[in-house]
Ligand binder design. Sequence first.
Ligand code: GUN
Ligand code: FE
Length: 434
Amino acid sequence: TRLDPAVSHSFVYRGTFVHSTQQKALQILKDALLGVDTQGKIAFIEEGKELEKLSQTFGFKTSDITQLAQHEFFMPGLVDTHIHASQYSYAGTALDMPLLQWLNAYTFPVESRFKDLEFARKVYTQIVRRTLRNGTTTACYFATIHTEASLLLGQIANNFGQRALVGKVCMDRNDCVKHYKETLQDSQDETCRWVLYPLVKPVVTPRFAPSCTGALLEQLGEIAKNNNLHIQSHISETLEEVKLVKELFPESESYADVYYKHNLLTDKTVMAHGCHLSDEELALFRETGASLSHCPNSNFSLCSGVLNVRNVLKHKVKLGLGTDVAGGYSASMLDAVRRALDASKVLTIQDPKYKTLSFEEVFRIATLGGSQALSLDDQTGNFEVGKDFDALRINVAAEGGPIDLIQDEEPKVGDDRNIAEVFVAGRKVVPITE
Ligand code: GUN
Ligand code: FE
């Protein structure tokens, strides 16, 4: 195990760097120099400056510089803002039902197996390796209701060097798979049993409103507030679910209002899907600083809906991208990028006046947007000085990969074969060495 996240030496790369800023969805820095300090933070990034002056200011030698090849560049690590680590065990199967049936038929029976720590270790090791290999430097995970297995997921992510938010799932309401739920008291007590690892934070995780009593939602809002914790859940994924929430919480004005009333919409909240949110609900997100995770693969696979990203951005709601394994069949964030483009095109097909999202915009949502959605953008998301070096070394020429991001400045999407190396906080975590 490799618990110590510190890198022992500083280093400098020279070549092309591609990232997003608030002003520019895609900024390409050519023949730039980027230095990483011993804490894994970006010490400088400079384009077209004289090497000698830079080396004097920052105290490095020419021999410290690694030159990238013509067919290589660095981009920020991908941020998966919504993924069920436990559901990786059946990813790619069981996509023949709508959400509420799908949960009862496949999800709850599989998740209940995570009481078995050896099973949990096997699946959690697989998903952390798989997502890292696919360039996910930060993952916001749902585990299961089992605290021990959830803590194990945090340990595994940390030891492989992946930045993660890990949520023990909370649910005290389940009428279909009756053994897969907790008492209100257990859910509350177990949520408070978190362990801090250098790269891993706990996240308060009510599964979604239909799985929780109002009393549990209230307790979880309280725990999050008292401990300044992140919060994650699902919202308005399908119309059937929205209808159910209306029945279960008749006193609330809307689905978003259910979470709002229980102090679960904060500037550290990320809610998955949101396909069917009203403009009033989006305004509530904006007002509270809560963010959305766009999960297009899942939204198509479970026939849930199509998120209108333009409308979300118009309301100035923070937005990241998620794979939502196993509602989404792919654990790859580059797949999520493609599906997000497809989802946008579906809206354009329905209404030719709808302005399709550009690749550059989706690239930003997948990187900087995700960091903002998880309130980690003071630390990650792009190559600003002072942030951690979370980065992918891309090889455009890798066999089989259709990526060609910088040649002619014409962006395309590739796959894991193009991801030669992955860094988290300055530490090389891919290729995986164990
Ligand atoms: N809503 C509540 N639980 C889940 C889940 O596990 N997956 C998805 N996609 N939606 C949910
Ligand atoms: Fe989900």
